[in-house]
Design a protein around this ligand. Structure first.
Ligand code: AMP
Ligand code: MN
Ligand code: MN
Ligand code: MN
Length: 276
């Protein structure tokens, strides 16, 4: 059976592995089809595609777009996108520009809390184009403020904490339109991670479908079978295609691994059922 992992990150965003090493690891883990879905950029796609050439692995060009929806940050995955699409790339460029400004604000807030040099420190862990909270987490761990990623986020980088800046990303409709306009499929990433009420989640799905969205991540990384069952029934009720992916970032995060997540329930129609 073909093994699909349609969500992971490289050094082109906040992943620890280069696109080449990621492809190598995916093959070792038994993945047949891998989508590279870096946050707000596609810089790693060419290297990953080249690394996958002459291997059994199929590389799907993807992206994970940051969206603000009713003051919530929501992630929308684009699969099989044309990375040369101009509207998509100018949208992503604007998001990365905002990331840079947000990073400066995060650093200012950390400085007020007595932590100096965070912008320069975080930048050392990041690519030239994409600066994220994970890079601040790495800087804070280096300085001994926390010992693991989850801890550092909880203490410094989430709502109510010194380094938190409310996200002002793109709107849901634009993100979906960029993806669809670039020939791709839009998928709601890790729907349970936003902790939305059932009503709010249904509203998100309605807005998403109205914009042209087609899929939802039914299986993503460490989850209980019951959670997968619940999203699978949502997918069925709302006629959404089902996607799955590890959201792998780093070998040091022991709770995720490329290709490792529960299989999609038989009731699901997988996103790849409509691929050529
Ligand atoms: P950003 O898009 O820069 O705001 O950063 C979001 C990223 O931070 C996510 O994609 C994860 O990689 C990481 N992240 C967010 N929350 C946590 C957490 N509690 N523990 C570990 N990583 C997290
Ligand atoms: Mn991330
Ligand atoms: Mn995400
Ligand atoms: Mn992700």
């Amino acid at each position: 059976m073909t093994h699909y992992d349609l969500h992971c990150h490289s050094t082109a965003s906040d992943g620890a592995l280069s696109p080449e090493t990621l492809v190598e690891r995916a093959i070792q883990q038994g993945v047949d089809v891998l989508a590279l879905t870096d946050h707000d950029g596609t810089e790693g796609i060419i290297a990953a595609t080249q690394a996958a050439a002459d291997t059994p692995l199929t590389l799907v060009p993807g992206v994970e777009i940051s969206v603000s929806w009713y003051s919530q940050t929501i992630h929308i995955i684009g699969l099989n996108i044309d990375i040369n699409n101009v509207a998509l790339q100018s949208g992503l460029a604007a998001l990365r520009h905002y990331r840079q400004q947000r990073a400066e604000e995060i650093a200012r807030r950390l400085a007020k809390a007595g932590i100096e040099g965070a912008l320069e420190g975080a930048s050392q862990y990041a690519s030239k184009t994409m600066l994220g909270r994970m890079h601040f987490a790495q800087f804070l761990m280096e300085k001994g403020y926390a010992s693991d990623t989850k801890d550092v986020f909880k203490r410094f980088l989430v709502r109510g904490k010194p380094g938190y800046v409310p996200g002002q990303w793109t709107d849901l409709t634009s993100a979906v339109e960029w993806i669809v306009g670039a020939g791709g499929q839009a998928v709601i990433a890790h729907p349970l991670r936003y902790k939305l009420s059932a009503t709010k989640l249904r509203r998100l799905i309605d807005d998403f479908k109205m914009a042209g969205g087609q899929g939802i991540e039914v299986s993503s990384g460490p989850q209980h079978p019951e959670q997968i069952h619940n999203i699978a029934s949502l997918a069925k009720r709302y006629d959404l295609l089902a996607s799955c992916g590890s959201d792998f970032h780093s070998p040091e995060q022991r709770w995720t691994e490329l290709g490792r997540f529960l299989p999609l329930p038989a009731s699901c129609t997988p996103v790849w059922s409509v691929w050529q």
